[in-house]
Design a protein around this ligand. Structure first.
Ligand code: NAI
Length: 347
């Protein structure tokens, strides 16, 4: 199939295939849009059953980065890299070097960063061949490094905005929040919520992690299966994608769903589904933009203060989506996508 015949092609500006047999590299770099700036998005190292699955993944994720970067207010477009792993998932220095050369050959139209199965050391190796890499260890006072704290801060502010809108409260004190997954982002979010007096129930497949945090914060714990359907004020998915589906949405008792997890909606039908239940949902790529703001501003030369200032504007973007959703009667998922498309000049 030709790249433009893929269901996820969606007018990509360009799709590049790199094959360097000597270095063992097969890679795809998809550039969805550079309307707002260089197309930024991570590179993942993944074994695909079929070659077309690698292209589909690059296309889908690249478009997602266009939307995410546009909604984060960054001067960055959307792109994504995929390094196709063999069944043994062998990753070699030559392969990384070759990928670095591939990125460099695009002359800054694509900026790469770590995604699934790429380590800091891998990114430093790629960075030996090209300067169009971000998410590297930061310089003092500058943006970059672990994206978790900025993501958690943005989600916390987003939860507060949702609570203000749906419950009319200007604080989360006494508000009951259920957090699914208390890892890098969910754990930090729980601490921020607890510090403002929220009542917390948490769940994690790592039971010891959940128990330890619960003891620290005076939270309750439940099983990962039970957390989404508790009678709470806010459900915050901070673990896996695809958790909002026909069954879980029907079981939700909370008036608000706002969390960090990427791609929370299992299918395109689930945005309308959650809307039809009258639940206020924070589109994931809007509320969880803190991480990309941190990584993106490292490339663009921002400071920690710049990151904080931009993360503080995440609630404004959510309110813009919710206002348009209220005015048009359309689901937040559809409105967010339309606003993002407008921002990249495709509205
Ligand atoms: P993490 O790996 O540090 O934490 C995830 C936690 O969820 C772990 O404690 C894990 O044991 C738990 N978990 C996994 N499956 C679960 C289940 N079924 N039920 C309950 N708990 C479960 O990951 P991190 O970095 O905190 O990311 C969380 C989510 O936020 C992911 O979907 C990620 O893609 C998304 N995200 C993270 C960003 C970041 O800056 N780290 C940025 C944007 C999105």
């Amino acid at each position: 199939m030709a790249p433009w015949e893929y269901r996820d092609f969606d007018d990509h500006e360009s799709v590049h295939v790199f094959r360097d047999t000597a270095a063992g590299l097969t890679a795809v770099i998809a550039i969805h849009s550079t309307a707002l700036g260089p197309a930024a998005g991570g590179v993942r190292f993944w074994h695909y059953a079929r070659g077309e699955d690698a292209i589909t993944d690059a296309l889908r994720l690249s478009r997602g980065m266009s939307f995410k970067n546009a909604m984060a207010g960054l001067a960055l477009g959307g792109g994504k890299g995929v390094i196709v792993a063999d069944a043994d998932r062998r990753k070699t220095p030559a392969m990384l070097q070759s990928f670095g050369n591939a990125v460099e050959s695009l002359g800054g139209r694509y900026v790469t960063a770590a995604d699934v199965a790429m380590t800091d050391a891998d990114m430093i190796a790629i960075g030996g061949e090209t300067r169009h890499v971000t998410g590297l260890p930061p310089k003092p006072g500058m943006a970059g490094g672990d994206p978790g704290p900025a993501t958690a801060r943005g989600v916390f502010l987003g939860v507060k905005a949702a609570v203000a809108r749906a419950l009319g409260k200007d604080s989360v004190a006494g508000v009951h929040v259920a957090v699914q997954g208390v890892g890098s982002v969910g754990g930090r979010l729980a601490r921020l919520l607890a510090a403002e007096g929220a009542r917390l129930t948490i769940a994690d497949v790592d039971g010891a992690r959940a128990a330890q945090l619960a003891a620290e914060l005076g939270a309750e714990t439940v099983t990962p299966e039970a957390i989404l359907t508790l009678p709470v004020d806010v459900v915050s998915p901070c673990a896996l994608g695809g958790v909002l589906d026909e069954v879980t949405i029907a079981g939700l008792q909370a008036p608000i769903v706002a969390g960090a997890a990427n791609n929370q909606l299992a299918t395109a039908a689930d945005g309308p589904r959650i809307h039809a239940r009258g639940i206020l949902w924070a589109p994931d790529y809007v509320i969880n933009a803190g991480g990309i703001i941190n990584v993106g501003l490292q490339y663009l030369g921002g400071t920690i203060a710049d990151v904080e200032a931009r993360v503080a504007r995440i609630p404004d973007r959510l309110i813009e989506v919710w206002d348009e959703s209220t005015a048009s009667g359309e689901p937040a998922a559809i409105v967010a996508q339309r606003i993002a498309m407008r921002r990249i000049g495709r509205g």
